[in-house]
Design a protein around this ligand. Structure first.
Ligand code: NAD
Length: 356
């Protein structure tokens, strides 16, 4: 892999490889852009087939974090760490403390958190060696309710965009995936008086959980959901559910949910949704609630202040729809343009000399 070529093309700042001989820790931290603030992004533990796959993943994920934080209005840059290993075999106190020591060497340019295969309790070990870690037990807590709340506000904004009113009593919803975020989102929709909520799942336990908790929420088979005549489709499970096959079938007017990387091909499928007249809430904007919540840990966590910021997803989504209409571009493109513009503006604003 031509790393410098890739870094130059996408404007990366730093790529760091580290190895700890005591614990066998093998990791890569990538800092994409720190114009707005320290780079924040979780630590993913994955048994990558090879080092190039791990490198490409950390580069891609770090860049995604830059846009997510910028679009959310946070003073954060984008970064990420990947650790190469089999989660069941490598995890230990010393392993995560070793990680903490490498995070510390970056001297606050990078802040880590949990991600796939790492948990808050692992971050406690990281925290024994560095202060540059968030998502700690007893602080901002589980990000899922915050993520779902952000998505809920994004759905409200999308209803205003399409129907001129956020009243949910005449609206129907399909939530795909009733895991952590989907479960909370269903709760928020019902609380707001949604006329009808459907859900789909592949995990029997989760189906049972939703049936017990919300008896009026109706189960639909996973593959039937794309043909369902609903106002809002909320992807809250996997990525790439918006693709050549599914978009053709969609009858909804809005796609707005918590899942990451919803568009299989960002440009092609963003455009397909636009052509079909379906309003798409860009995934990295509508699902930023968890990031906004954890960001508040840096400042000293206060739930009320965090949730006030999460509510701003509402305005942000409307801003993006406006840009998309004005520039006649699809909403994912508009969201990227919005994020890039914010980074550029703040960078330029700081160009004058101020004595400190
Ligand atoms: P989760 O694993 O708790 O829930 C996902 C659910 O989807 C599971 O119950 C799973 O059984 C179900 N599922 C998987 N494939 C399915 C299919 N084909 N049809 C129907 N259901 C299916 O995950 P989560 O934390 O709720 O996250 C959901 C999505 O949101 C992921 O893409 C995640 O990356 C993204 N996200 C989550 C957060 C967060 O705070 N948890 C933040 C940002 C983005």
């Amino acid at each position: 892999m031509k790393k410098f070529e890739y870094m130059e093309k996408h404007g990366y700042e730093q790529l760091v490889y580290f190895y700890d001989k005591t614990t066998g820790l093998r990791g890569i931290t990538c800092i994409h852009n720190t114009t707005l603030g320290p780079a924040l992004g979780g630590t993913r533990l994955w048994n990558y087939d090879n080092e190039d796959d791990a490198t490409l993943d950390v580069l891609r994920l770090a860049r995604g974090m830059t846009y997510k934080a910028a679009a959310a209005g946070l003073n954060l840059g984008g970064g990420k760490t990947v650790l190469i290993g089999e989660a069941d075999q490598v995890k230990s106190e010393a392993y995560f403390r070793a990680l903490g020591r490498y995070v510390q060497t970056l001297n606050g340019r990078y802040i880590t958190a949990e991600d796939v295969n790492t948990a808050t309790k692992d971050m406690d070990f990281v925290n024994m060696e560095t202060d540059h870690v968030v998502g700690l037990p007893g602080k901002s807590g589980n990000p899922s309710p915050a993520t779902a709340k952000g998505a809920f506000h994004g759905i409200r904004a999308s209803l205003v965009e399409v129907f001129g009113s956020e009243d949910m009593s005449e609206r129907t919803f399909m939530v795909q995936g009733a895991g952590q975020t989907g479960d909370f989102l269903i709760g928020y929709l019902l609380e707001a008086g949604a006329k009808k909520v459907y859900f789909t799942e592949i995990n029997e336990k989760h189906i049972e959980k939703i049936n017990q908790k919300y008896p009026n929420v109706e189960f639909v088979e996973p593959d039937d959901i794309y043909d369902l005549d609903v106002d809002v489709y909320a992807p809250c499970a996997l990525g790439a559910t918006l693709n050549d096959k599914t978009i053709k079938r969609l009858k909804c007017k809005i796609v707005a949910g918590t899942a990451n990387n919803q568009l299989e091909d960002e440009d092609k499928h963003g455009e397909m949704l636009k052509d079909k007249g379906i309003v798409y809430a860009p995934d990295f904007v509508i699902n930023a609630g968890g990031l906004i919540n954890v960001y508040h840990e840096i400042k000293g966590y206060q739930e009320e202040a965090a949730y006030r910021d999460i509510e701003k997803v509402y305005d942000r989504i409307l801003d993006i729809y406006k840009i998309a209409k004005e520039d006649d571009i699809h909403t994912q493109q508009a969201a990227k343009a919005f994020a890039k513009r914010r980074i550029e503006t703040i960078n330029n604003m700081r160009a004058n000399y101020v004595k400190r």
